[in-house]
Design a protein around this ligand. Structure first.
Ligand SMILES: [Zn+2]
Length: 321
């Protein structure tokens, strides 16, 4: 079904008899969030409500694209937002997520376009998507300039500048975990550099450090945080070191971009005061060295697991609008 309007042919979504119907119904955007363990897929309406959420595993030796293509077959979409773990290349529409080895320069935009010909497709970094979502409907609402930080098994960052997602030239702006805070460090990062923020502050590195100190009450950050709450001095020291590293890293970025709002999310950050108290103490000390950072506010993220999907949809909607 179609109607002519101006010089362009407007295709109405299935079930709509006229364009006036569209004003009474929230348009839906297909959103994908491509991560190291799974690819989340959902429809997101213009009120940021998520429906028909499914996921496809990405930590598999099986070819991912055929499974993803099959999963997408049931969807209809005119606009599509793709948030992906990096590195990505927005210019060529390809992605090379560090932890998805079978995808190197994978042409995700062209492949998605082959399933949904004519759809408007927006590709952005997953942490940029998280930052955009938090700035619109999350902890950074009504803020024009914001740094979003994700602390989990890795460390990611995203920037919103002037109310818009800031991508950089290729889509990898704010590659936060891989700025070095210790070039004399003897710790080599997976990326090949030494002293990257990730080598100190990501969850598994805090666990590794605690184990070197003698802590042996678990294998992950959830267990480490619980031991710290129970007063284990090695666990407390490991979290203290990790949060100091994060405070140094965030201060470094703020010294460059001069923002007043930071939103921190990711699994590690949801541990409560056992993580936030030492972080805020270190951050207060670190930022004091730059007088212009006194007004900085740091907030916990609000959107949790759906932030990437919502950010991808917001980006696609705004790019199309
Ligand atoms: Zn690195």
């Amino acid at each position: 079904m179609a109607e002519r309007r101006g010089s362009g042919l407007q295709i109405l979504p299935h079930g709509f008899k006229s364009r006036s119907d569209l004003h009474n119904y929230p348009m839906k955007t297909l959103a994908l969030d491509i991560g190291a363990t799974k690819i989340a897929i959902a429809l997101v309406d213009s009120n940021n409500q998520i429906s028909e959420r499914i996921q496809v595993p990405s930590n598999t030796a099986e070819p991912i694209w055929p499974a993803l293509k099959a999963a997408l077959k049931g969807f209809r979409a005119e606009q599509i937002g793709i948030a992906s773990a990096g590195p990505i290349d927005r210019i060529s529409g390809t992605i090379s997520p560090v932890n998805i080895a079978q995808w190197r320069q994978f042409p995700i935009v062209a492949e998605i376009n082959s399933i949904f010909p004519g759809a408007a497709i927006g590709l952005l970094g997953d942490c940029t998507a998280v930052a955009l979502a938090e700035s619109r409907i999350g902890a950074g609402i009504n803020v024009s300039n914001m740094l979003g930080v994700v602390v989990s098994t890795g460390i990611g960052g995203g920037l919103v500048i002037g109310g818009k997602a800031f991508h950089g030239e290729t889509g990898n702006a704010a590659l936060f975990g891989h700025h070095s805070i210790g070039f004399n460090s003897d710790v080599l990062c997976d990326c090949g550099r030494t002293g990257c923020l990730e080598t100190f502050a990501r969850g598994p590195k805090m666990v590794e450090y605690a184990k070197r100190l003698g802590w042996n009450a678990g294998e992950d950050f959830i267990a480490l945080a619980q031991s710290a709450r129970e007063g284990d001095q090695n666990a407390i020291e490991a979290i203290d070191k990790g949060t100091l590293a994060l405070a140094v890293g965030i201060t470094n970025v703020l010294n460059i971009v001069d923002l007043h709002t930071v939103v921190i999310g990711g699994g590690v950050s949801f541990s409560g005061p056992i993580y936030w108290d030492p972080f805020l103490k270190h951050f207060k000390e670190e930022r004091a060295h730059a007088g212009f950072l006194d007004e900085v506010n740091v907030y916990p993220a609000k959107l949790h697991a759906d932030a990437g999907l919502i950010g991808a949809a917001l980006f696609a909607q705004e790019a199309a609008g």
